[in-house]
Ligand binder design. Structure first.
Ligand code: NAP
Length: 283
């Protein structure tokens, strides 16, 4: 199989490429990146591809059988068009199958809606494309929280507006394992899978961190409005609204979703405490 992984310079792209190298061998994988120099360290053929440039993507996908499309990072409306460029390029280039890394979440609950809905549109575009397909809806990255551990320890607390809402988290490495199943096993074609671990509250996340680090963090519950003001002051309107929208979504149950991880991979997803333990040993 000739597999192309898009956004090969990004963190999820790298995790998927590394898992693909382990399972398929580097000679069968091509990385695509808008800035190829950021992906040469992967040790495989890297082709140039910007989601904004359909023609460039057609060239990048020549001779490729399966494409793993990592969702983009632009504003929601722009993402839809960028993903369409890749889907159309895949059809023109004769790609057989497209696997897409979408986001999970129930829309209608929070300011994160535009991102969820843009992903749903891309899912529909892929289903309508005539290509074989398999779609994963990723849980929230636990790593993204742990990157703030130093701040949490300094403040002695984790503060956000998630309240007692439950959220299914995942990690990029766990996702990579599931995506390799979806890439290689055609019996998983034609379905959408929620890829995440068990659902936990912020208090349970704090408890898991305290257990692993022997710390004494507290969870401070903020109102949605208070947290939105806090995040927009720190990150500006666009990203502040997205970040606070995610925690508002957790509060309202938008990410309390049952996982299909076991039915895709045949095993349980790593628990939050297990991952935090691994993270501590490796950072
Ligand atoms: N589930 C979650 O919790 C969560 C959280 C954040 C994001 N996401 C989504 O998951 C995706 C992957 O996450 P990640 O951690 O790998 O993010 P990341 O490390 O920031 O990587 C994003 C990747 O997208 C590439 N990219 C952005 N715009 C592009 C364009 N126009 N054309 C081609 N490539 C483009 C970047 O290329 P450069 O290296 O050149 O910038 C980079 O390789 C994100 O893009 C986002 O859609 C999910």
């Amino acid at each position: 199989m000739k597999l192309a992984v898009t956004a090969a310079s990004g963190q999820l792209g790298v995790a998927i490429v590394n898992e693909a190298i382990r399972q398929l061998g580097s000679q069968n994988i091509i990385g695509i990146a808008r800035n190829p120099e950021k992906a040469v360290h992967l040790g495989l053929e890297i082709r140039q591809g910007d989601y904004n440039n359909g023609e460039e993507y057609q060239n990048a996908l020549k001779g490729i059988e399966v494409v793993l499309l990592v969702s983009g990072m632009d504003a929601p409306e722009k993402r839809i068009e960028q993903h369409r460029n890749v889907i159309n390029a895949a059809r023109t280039a004769g790609v057989r199958k497209l696997v897409y890394t979408s986001i999970f979440g129930k829309p209608g609950k929070c300011a994160f809606d535009p991102i969820i809905l843009a992903n749903r549109q891309t899912e529909q575009d892929i289903m309508d494309s005539g290509l074989d397909w398999s779609i994963g809806r990723n849980g929230l990255y636990l790593e993204a929280d742990l990157e703030y551990l130093d701040h949490y320890f300094k403040d002695g607390k984790i503060s956000n507006c998630a309240g007692e809402g439950r959220c299914a988290y995942t990690t990029r490495d766990e996702l990579a394992r599931a995506y390799l199943d979806m890439i290689t096993r055609d019996e998983l074609n034609g379905s959408v899978y929620n890829l995440a671990g068990e659902t936990i509250t912020q208090q349970e996340l704090v408890d898991a961190i305290n257990l692993v680090y022997g710390s004494d963090l507290k969870f401070e519950s903020m109102s949605v409005e208070e947290y939105r003001r806090d995040r927009t002051a720190a990150h500006g309107d666009v990203f502040g609204t997205i970040i606070s929208g995610i925690y508002e979504g957790i509060r309202k149950g938008a990410f309390e979703i049952d996982s299909d991880y076991r039915s895709v991979t045949g095993r349980e997803h790593i628990s939050a405490a297990e991952y935090i333990n691994w993270y501590k040993l490796n950072h």
